[in-house]
Unconditional design. Structure first.
Ligand SMILES: CC(C)(COP(=O)(O)OP(=O)(O)OC[C@H]1O[C@@H](n2cnc3c(N)ncnc32)[C@H](O)[C@@H]1OP(=O)(O)O)[C@@H](O)C(=O)NCCC(=O)NCCS
Length: 158
């Protein structure tokens, strides 16, 4: 039996990390892989907080790097559950870079993960329903539903 429904805010997760030289190329631009790893980690935390079960990342939608992130920037990754179906959840992840000296924040990318909850045998298992609370939650739900359709069509599962 799955838990009662939860709002997106119940699992919202934010992680901020100072970008160091080891996160970047010699030019000082942070590697895309550094950002993708953090997206997967933070998105997975939001998914586990919603499901309270083990989860795997089933897919990562296209990621566009909108602006460079530099060594010394604070990379902020914000993840929340946009949509749930039976065993899967779409997690929206927003990536921002903050200049710690000026406080100026740049939106550097947005990415959508699909995570699937697993039971103790490693099989997909139901997740709690999502209760879109605010107008923004409702918009995220509707947009995620469209993306799910496209994803499943692309996979030949619809
Ligand atoms: C994700 C995984 C468990 C799905 O297994 P499966 O046998 O395809 O399971 P099902 O067909 O029953 O699908 C289960 C759910 O996953 C969704 N799903 C499966 N593959 C998907 C994909 N590539 N993208 C998005 N959703 C997917 C299905 O739509 C379904 O959702 P629903 O129950 O909410 O309707 C399996 O493909 C897997 O283990 N993949 C490897 C995951 C991994 O190792 N990730 C990296 C490390 S975390």
């Amino acid at each position: 039996m799955s838990e009662q429904g939860k709002t997106p805010s119940a699992s919202m997760t934010t992680v901020t990390k100072l970008m160091m030289p080891m996160d970047a190329s010699v030019s000082g631009n942070v590697f895309g892989g550094t950002i993708l790893k953090l997206i997967d980690e933070v998105g997975s935390i939001a998914a586990v907080r919603h499901a309270r079960k083990n989860i795997v990342t089933a897919s990562v939608d296209q990621m566009n790097f909108l602006a460079p992130v530099h060594v010394g920037d604070l990379l902020r990754v914000i993840a929340s559950v946009n949509y749930v179906h039976k065993t899967s959840m779409e997690i929206g992840v927003r990536v921002e870079a903050e200049d710690p000296l000026t406080g100026k924040i740049r939106h550097t990318g947005t990415c959508y993960l699909t995570c699937v909850a697993l039971d103790k045998y490693g099989r997909p298992t139901p997740v709690p329903t999502l209760i879109p609370d605010t107008e923004q939650d409702k918009r995220h739900w509707a947009e995620a539903e469209v993306r799910r359709d496209h994803r499943l069509q692309h996979l030949g599962k619809k």
